[in-house]
Design a protein around this ligand. Structure first.
Ligand code: CA2
Length: 147
């Protein structure tokens, strides 16, 4: 099983500011947490972070026929990007959305998620743990589908 883990703009700045919202741990720690989670579950993973919408769209398109599932935190593009939504729909790879913070309790402009419209599930407000839950959900979903 191969999962692609996508992180959007500014997540590489984790730990630098706004610890009350995003926690104190930095992006390196998040990447290590994701790799350890996948290794413990016997899952192959590739991690990709970009601050550019088109780069994320390219990566989603390239995932077609290569990855079994996608975990995505599109960050600010969550609330603006029809291009990312269309790419996820185009490849039709089982995808789970993750947000470190509980966006449902934040500003009005964060109340829409375009990417979420193409996702099986969303985990929010759980910090790093959201990524672990998304990985475990996809593992169970993909194993169930193959059985
Ligand atoms: O809660 C999340 O995971 C978000 O996807 C994070 C995004 C935000 O735009 C979404 O609404 C919710 C922000 C990414 C990180 O932004 C930082 C800002 C300051 C310091 C460090 C990171």
């Amino acid at each position: 099983m191969k999962l692609l883990i996508l992180n959007g703009p500014n997540l590489n700045m984790l730990g630098v500011r706004e610890p009350a919202i995003y926690g104190r741990q930095d992006f390196k720690a998040l990447e290590a947490f994701i790799r350890e989670t996948c290794a413990a579950e016997g899952i192959e993973c590739e991690l990709f972070q970009s601050n550019h919408e088109g780069a994320l769209v390219d990566k989603i398109q390239e995932a077609w026929g290569v990855f079994d599932g996608i975990v995505i935190n599109p960050a600010a593009y969550t609330h603006t990007s029809v291009a990312i939504l269309d790419a996820l729909k185009a490849v039709s790879i089982p995808t789970v959305e993750v947000h470190l913070s509980d966006v449902s309790r934040r500003e009005d402009f964060r109340q829409v998620s375009y990417a979420g419209m193409a996702c099986l599930k969303t985990y929010m407000g759980l910090g790093f743990e959201g990524y672990r839950r998304a990985i475990l959900f996809l593992k169970e979903y993909l194993e169930g589908r193959d059985a």
